[in-house]
Design a protein around this ligand. Structure first.
Ligand SMILES: *[C@@H]1O[C@H](CO)[C@@H](O)[C@H](O)[C@H]1NC(C)=O
Ligand SMILES: *[C@@H]1O[C@H](CO)[C@@H](O)[C@H](O)[C@H]1NC(C)=O
Ligand SMILES: *[C@@H]1O[C@H](CO)[C@@H](O)[C@H](O)[C@H]1NC(C)=O
Length: 182
């Protein structure tokens, strides 16, 4: 099928672009599982600009599956309330790398857990090629209280990926989302 060919070409392009990005050494998916809060997001897509002030620190649960892929459940505060979103990420060829097919954009996106110590924080890079290349850096933390040194690590990494300073956000916690607490 033609679309398979296109996907293969895109994956190849992304691998060339990100040959310099390595996942966390000895990435351990089991230890990465469980509850995280997305306490930082750096993203400069023009379509995301109007949504920046509405961004909150979402909660997510990572469920490792037996074949190395993961389910991610995220709770997101939106103008119409607290929404639950489910994602499925397939394991990549290297531990700490994942990919998923976006039905909305009809493209493959890749995700790399760049740096994590499992108990406190994770820096995650998301990439897609869609008209141009889009890079998103997220900071995940096990609690909403984050050490300054962790924020500094996240900011330094986002800057190193050429994200503009004003796109590197540390949103406030979501209120009452998930609705019945944890
Ligand atoms: C891994 O398991 C999930 C859930 O059972 C499944 O949806 C997915 O297709 C599997 N991936 C591969 C590469 O077999
Ligand atoms: C993973 O997500 C799929 C699709 O939403 C669901 O059918 C499956 O039960 C989930 N697996 C686990 C272990 O949560
Ligand atoms: C995880 O990282 C934090 C912040 O850098 C650090 O304070 C903590 O000691 C680390 N924990 C482990 C188990 O390495």
């Amino acid at each position: 099928m033609g679309s398979t060919g296109v996907a293969v070409v895109m994956v190849t392009v992304m691998m060339i672009v990100h040959a310099d990005i390595k996942p966390q050494k000895d990435f351990n998916l089991q230890r990465f599982g469980g509850r995280w809060y997305r306490v930082g997001l750096a993203y400069d897509s023009p379509s995301f600009l109007p949504l920046r002030p509405l961004l909150t620190a979402s909660m997510g649960i990572v469920t490792p599956l037996p074949n190395g892929s993961v389910n991610l459940t995220m709770w997101e505060q939106t103008p119409v309330g607290c929404l639950t979103k489910m994602y499925h990420y397939e394991a990549g060829s290297v531990p700490g790398q994942f990919s998923y097919f976006s039905l909305r954009h009809n493209i493959v996106k890749d995700i790399t857990v760049v740096d994590t110590n499992y108990t406190e924080y994770a820096i995650v890079l998301k990439n897609k090629v869609f008209n141009r290349e889009y890079t998103q850096v997220a900071l995940y933390a096990r609690s909403l209280k984050v050490k300054n040194e962790v924020y500094q690590k996240y900011k330094a990494f986002a800057l190193s990926r050429h994200l503009p300073r004003d796109s590197i956000m540390t949103p406030p916690p979501a209120e009452n989302c998930p609705v019945n607490g944890h």
